[in-house]
Design a protein around this ligand. Structure first.
Ligand code: 5GP
Length: 188
């Protein structure tokens, strides 16, 4: 997606350890005009899959997921990273955070994920695929089917892309970064 790639080149910053900082339009400040285009692009890419619900992870997945859901006329469920006191009856799993280097829990209420769901998962980044594996685990506990996964930015020098493309669902990324070493952003 050209508009997204230009934005990454203009505003993205490389941090140590292969991390791209895009706080100016995705991870801290959010640009709704760009998110609207992102949502429309995902809606076209995933239109024929018969998806009935979009799943994402708080916090940075919520914006692209909502714009995609709006474009597809679907509801969004965001998986939580801490179990709320008010939530009983949930599916949960533990995943490793790439950026923070710690384990954290993902949980979703049984009320909002079930065996009648055909899911599109949307997230901001695909790195090693750990968050995605957590989503696969939650969906399998619920008996829900995953039809597709869409990422705003994929880093192809990490393992997630290869891992997820071996699974039986569609995987799409709107911008793919092939290299971040030497503090240079190399886009595909
Ligand atoms: P994964 O689970 O694929 O290893 O990592 C994906 C998650 O880690 C994303 O949801 C995102 O929050 C975070 N993440 C991974 N790599 C980056 C990065 O380069 N920049 C930012 N801002 N977040 C990242």
């Amino acid at each position: 997606m050209e508009q997204l790639k230009q934005r990454i080149l203009k505003e993205g910053k490389c941090l140590e350890g292969g991390i791209l900082k895009v706080d100016g339009f995705i991870n801290h400040r959010v640009d709704p005009a760009l998110m609207n285009e992102i949502g429309k692009e995902f809606a076209v890419l995933f239109k024929d899959l018969g998806v009935n619900k979009i799943l994402t992870v708080e916090a940075s997945g919520i914006a692209p997921a909502i714009f995609t859901a709006h474009a597809m006329n679907l509801q969004v469920v965001f998986v939580k990273k801490k179990k709320p006191k008010t939530m009983d009856g949930l599916y949960s799993t533990t995943v490793r955070s790439f950026t923070k280097g710690i384990d954290y829990d993902l949980c979703v209420s049984k009320e909002y994920l079930s065996s009648s769901d055909k899911i599109l998962f949307i997230d901001d980044f695909l790195a090693n695929g750990n968050a995605s594996l957590g989503i696969i685990d939650l969906c399998s506990q619920a008996g829900a089917e995953i039809a597709g996964m869409g990422f705003v930015i994929e880093k192809s020098f990490q393992e997630g892309g290869k891992l997820l493309r071996s699974k039986p669902f569609k995987v799409e990324s709107l911008a793919i970064i092939d290299d971040l070493s030497d503090c240079k952003i190399i886009l595909r």
